[in-house]
Design a protein around this ligand. Structure first.
Ligand code: NAP
Ligand code: F7E
Length: 328
């Protein structure tokens, strides 16, 4: 009998790659989809990966406990991957209460649905390196103290601890993956890597002349989403639930990431990048650098895609999209 996996956030970047990964492993995949007036576009990432017809989507919302209880009951999942969130850090200052309701309390809603209908299921929580914020150690591991710097990061910290708490209180097989930034051609256009690769494609094809960015001195530990969803699955295959940092162990400035993208198409970033304070954040996370030793030792996982390979893949995808006037 095929294993059943339930994904919240199935329409997002990670949900699409994880669906593809689980389908290839023979899982039956179910996903929570929120109602939209724009029917037909919500599953564009799943379509891009060719898996839209292989998953079952059920109407629900992270803010609506009753919908989650019904979905868990109907799908009787062996594994639940809680990926849904208001995930854009910059928006979290503009919508702090919504971010708390979905990114924080939404986790408890999902855990409560599981407690009521599938307490034996295995649970994955999408925690974030943003929880380290104002870093307390040069390389951040599972032992590094947290210091969140945005309403998003504060909400994720709640989600992380409520997952640990349900594990300790009710004996749930609940694991928290503290994932550092991971990107792909399916990354939302508002995040900096995709904003850059889309901007480079537009400039190369003569559809734009400049790219406006904020703090390009910030440093991030960037990996590929395709690699990172494997770590999620591996966590749920362990006998015991635990918390894991998932990262590449390499950090790069936004400036250098940008340079990689411009140089790939033979352009000089200095001629096109304009610094616009409108993109500065009220409080910045200056640098993140993960220590993925535990994931390597216990899960046998390590990142396989370099930043350069990933940015090239993203630029290629955006050149195609801009040429064909496609939006994603
Ligand atoms: P994403 O592309 O922004 O996807 C977010 C998903 O959550 C979408 O499917 C979205 O649905 C769904 N969602 C948002 N609000 C919802 C609600 N009220 N009810 C139901 N679903 C809702 O994010 P991602 O990059 O795939 O990241 C997946 C998870 O990992 C998120 O929790 C994120 O915070 C976390 N994370 C991401 C990274 C990273 O670098 N990517 C790193 C660490 C942690 P719509 O399609 O309808 O908007
Ligand atoms: O910003 C700087 C910005 O929005 C990265 C989410 O997936 O990863 C992501 O959060 C850096 C920041 O991602 C622009 O100030 C400069 O320092 O791509 P980002 P993020 O904030 O790191 C974590 C791990 C998550 O969990 C989140 O869900 O780039 N930056 N100029 C800019 N950022 C954006 N978005 N736009 C700019 O124009």
């Amino acid at each position: 009998m095929a294993k059943r996996a339930l994904l919240t956030g199935i329409t997002g970047q990670d949900g699409a790659y994880l669906s593809q990964f689980l389908i290839d492993k023979g899982y039956e995949v179910f996903g929570v989809i929120r109602r939209s007036s724009h029917r037909g576009v919500e599953d564009h990432r799943l379509r891009w990966l060719g898996v839209a017809d292989k998953v079952t989507l059920l109407d629900g919302d992270m803010g609506d406990l009753s919908s989650l209880v019904r979905i868990v009951k109907e799908t009787a999942p062996h594994e639940i991957y809680n990926l849904a969130a208001q995930s854009f850090v910059a928006s979290s200052w503009r919508q702090p209460i919504h971010t708390a309701n979905i990114t924080a309390t939404g986790v408890t809603n999902m855990l409560e649905a599981m407690r009521a209908e599938a307490p034996e299921a295995r649970f994955y929580q999408a925690s974030s390196s943003e929880m380290f914020g104002l870093i307390q150690q040069e390389r951040q591991s599972e032992q590094t103290p947290f210091y969140p710097r945005s309403p998003y990061a504060v909400a994720k910290l709640y989600g992380h601890w409520i997952t640990v708490n349900y594990r300790e209180s009710f004996g749930f097989h609940a694991s928290s993956g503290i994932l550092f930034n991971h990107e792909s051609p399916l990354r939302g256009i508002e995040f900096v890597t995709r904003k850059v690769t889309d901007g480079v494609a537009r400039i190369k094809l003569g559809k734009a002349s400049e790219l406006r960015l904020g703090n390009i001195d910030a440093k991030r530990d960037w990996g590929h989403a395709r690699d990172y969803v494997q770590a999620m699955w591996l966590m749920l295959q362990q006998d015991k639930p635990d918390d894991y940092v998932v990262a590449t162990g390499v950090t790069t400035t936004v400036r250098d990431m940008c340079r990689i993208a411009f140089e790939y198409v033979g352009l000089d970033m200095a001629k096109h990048v304009v610094i616009d304070p409108a993109f500065y954040r009220p409080a910045e996370v200056d640098v993140l650098l993960g220590n993925p030793d535990k994931a390597k030792e216990k899960l046998g996982w390590q990142a396989t895609t370099t930043l350069e390979q990933m940015i090239h893949e993203m630029v290629d995808a955006d050149l195609e999209r801009v040429k064909n006037s496609e939006t994603l």
